[in-house]
Design a protein around this ligand. Structure first.
Ligand code: SF4
Length: 83
């Protein structure tokens, strides 16, 4: 599915992480993962965008919690190298 800038704006505006950036940086935190999984209504769109953006990047070349997954979890899902 292709996402237009307008589509993206629509879901980003509903992201539960708005204003919580530090929690989601780096390897992220358990608190950030909880926000994604328990409070975010756009997790599916967020994860789809992350997977498309990052493609086959190694885990160490990914950053932050996106779609409720850590960089390593997203790399595994993509079948990418971890290191
Ligand atoms: S699923 Fe994505 S948009 Fe939603 S809180 Fe998590 S990182 Fe933010």
């Amino acid at each position: 599915m292709t996402t237009t800038p307008t589509d993206r704006r629509a879901w980003v505006d509903r992201a539960a992480c708005r204003g919580l950036d530090p929690l989601f940086d780096g390897d992220g935190s358990p608190a950030a993962i909880r926000v994604c999984k328990e409070a975010c209504t756009v997790r599916e769109q967020c994860l789809a965008e992350a997977m498309a953006d990052e493609r086959c990047r190694r885990a160490i070349d990914r950053d932050g919690i996106r779609g409720g997954l850590t960089p390593e979890q997203r790399a595994r899902r993509a079948g990418a190298r971890l290191k």
